[in-house]
Design a protein around this ligand. Structure first.
Ligand SMILES: [Mn+2]
Length: 230
């Protein structure tokens, strides 16, 4: 869940709930700030790391300074970073299926030792509408790497997606491989070949899933994978 940063509520965009339910799963939203998420992770068959505010740059930069980017980090929340990094670690130890979305994809890369671009336009310009957080979603195309496991899962190579992020994967962590990019070269999907079932995308499949079978497919396959590993 999103922490109470923009208002007084813990929230979760309805797209995640609908996509999991349509896939036949049972969504179990988890509020950040839990000090010991171990008993909670024990009950899970699979994990979705949802989108949200920026990962605190101090998690991947020793010398972070806000002047390093033309736009500072947004909605940074130490509670959420702390809880989700613990949850991710515990989920990976149990090798349960993981779908990491937007901030989740970034968090996975940081957790494994990679780094992030602080502000996408500083690196890639503004030709492609990645969508700045707190504004409406942008739309752009993604090209998957031919022969990648994500291409096999989606049975598609190029398609339009909803995008809303101003950070993105920079240095790719050891163990991850790039399997999808935007036309400007921004990394939009990574894979972890050594992990049983993991999808990590920079875009927002939950946003289009209700009307786009291709995006719903990621949730369908996640729920299917949880049944196989149960
Ligand atoms: Mn994007």
């Amino acid at each position: 869940m999103y922490p109470p940063v923009l208002d007084e509520n813990y929230t979760l965009p309805r797209g995640y709930v609908g996509a999991v339910r349509r896939a036949g799963g049972t969504p179990l939203p988890f509020p950040p700030g839990e000090q010991d998420p171990d008993p909670w992770v024990e009950t899970l068959d699979g994990l979705i790391l949802a989108g949200g505010g920026d990962v605190d740059p101090s998690n991947y930069l020793d010398d972070f300074d806000p002047s390093m980017a033309s736009s500072p980090p947004e909605r940074v929340n130490p509670d959420r970073d702390g809880t989700e990094l613990q949850v991710l670690q515990l989920a990976m130890e149990r090798k349960i299926p993981i779908l990491a979305i937007c901030r989740g994809c970034q968090l996975l890369n940081v957790h494994l030792g990679g780094s992030l671009h602080l502000h996408v336009p500083d690196q890639f310009g503004d030709q492609i509408t990645h969508g700045v957080p707190a504004h409406s979603f942008g739309k752009h195309s993604v090209e998957l790497v031919s022969g990648s496991s994500l291409e096999a899962k989606l049975e598609a190579t190029s398609f339009e997606i909803f995008s809303s992020h101003h950070q993105a994967v920079d240095r790719v962590a050891e163990g991850l491989t790039v399997v999808g990019k935007a036309p400007d070269g921004c990394i939009e999907a990574v894979d972890m070949e050594s992990y049983p079932w993991l999808v990590a995308v920079q875009w927002h499949p939950e946003e289009g899933a209700e009307s786009d079978p291709l995006q719903q497919r990621l949730f369908d396959q996640l729920v299917e994978a949880t049944r196989e590993t149960r």
